[in-house]
Write a protein that binds this ligand. Sequence first.
Ligand SMILES: Cc1cc2nc3c(=O)[nH]c(=O)nc-3n(C[C@H](O)[C@H](O)[C@H](O)COP(=O)(O)OP(=O)(O)OC[C@H]3O[C@@H](n4cnc5c(N)ncnc54)[C@H](O)[C@@H]3O)c2cc1C
Length: 277
Amino acid sequence: MKPPLHQPTSLAEACELLDTLEETMVYGGGTAIQILIKQGVLFAGNLVDLSRVPGLAEIEETAEGLRVGPMTTLRRMETSEVVRRRVPLAAQTYGHVANPRVRNTASVGGNIAHGDYRLDPPTALLVLGARVELTSVRGTRTVPIRDFFVDFQVTAVEPGELITALHIPAAPAGNSSTFVKMSSLGENDWPAASVAAQVDAERRTLRLGLGALAHVPRYVEVPLDGGGVDAAVAAATAAVEPELDPIPDVRGSADYKRKLGLVATEDAVRRAWEEAR
Ligand SMILES: Cc1cc2nc3c(=O)[nH]c(=O)nc-3n(C[C@H](O)[C@H](O)[C@H](O)COP(=O)(O)OP(=O)(O)OC[C@H]3O[C@@H](n4cnc5c(N)ncnc54)[C@H](O)[C@@H]3O)c2cc1C
C-alpha cells in the first residue's frame, strides 16, 4: 500500500511534518522511491514531497562556487551554463547518471540521500570537497561530503532532517579533471566502476573519488612528487588498491571490479593529466 503523500508549501512546514509524523520519508524526484513502492519494499508510513516548497530548486552562484537546491534535477546539473562554467567536473558526472528520463526527474538531494554505493555524482562531489546542508526543526548544520556516506546505504542524514542545499566549491584555476564510468551491462546502466579525478595546477596533488568499488563512495588523496604521468598513475593505483572492496553482483565479481577499478583509475588520471597540458 502507498503511504500518504504530504505536500508542504514552506520549509518550516516540511520540517514540522518530518518532526511530528511517524516513519516519514522525504520524497524528492521519486525515482528510487517509486521502484521501492513497485517492489513492495517501501517501509515508510508517510511521504513528505518537497516539490511545492519554494526555492528548493535554485542554483546560486556564490563567491566560493555554487549553492544548489536539493530539488534541482540531475539534468539541470548536466546542462546548466553556470554549473558547466564553475564546476565542469560536476556537470560532466551528473550527465553520466542513467538516462535522460531518470536525469530529468531525479533530484540532487535525493541522489545523495539515496546513499547507494554505486552512485556516480558522489565521486565528483568528493573530489570537489562539497558540503551538504541539513535542516530540521532543530536548525541547520553542514556536513562535509567526505563524512556524509557513513556505511552501506547509511548517510549522515538524521531522523527529521532534510537536505536543503549542496555547496560545491569551484575548482581553483589551472586544475584539470575528468570522470570515467565503466559499465558492464550497457551504456546507461549503473557503473561496475567509476572514478572522478582532479589534478591541481602545480601537479602536487591528485584527488580521486571512487564509485561502486566499496560499500560506500570513497575519497583518496594522492601526493605527487613531481614526476610525469606514469609516476602519477603508479602513485594513484598504489593508493587506490587498498581502498577497493567491491560488492559482487550481476555486473561482475569482486575480483573483476577490483581490476576494473584500477583500469578506471589509470584512465581517469591519464585523461585529467592530458587535459591539463
Ligand atoms: C533505471 C535507473 C537507473 C539508474 N542508474 C544510475 C546510475 O547509473 N548512476 C547513478 O548515480 N544513479 C543511478 N540511478 C539512481 C538515481 O540516481 C536515483 O534514483 C536518484 O538520484 C534518486 O533521486 P530522487 O530525487 O528520485 O530520490 P527519491 O526517490 O525521491 O528519494 C531517494 C531517497 O532520498 C531521500 N530524499 C530525497 N530527497 C531528499 C532530501 N532533500 N533530503 C533528505 N532525503 C531526501 C528519500 O527519502 C529516499 O530515501 C538510477 C535509477 C534508476 C531508476
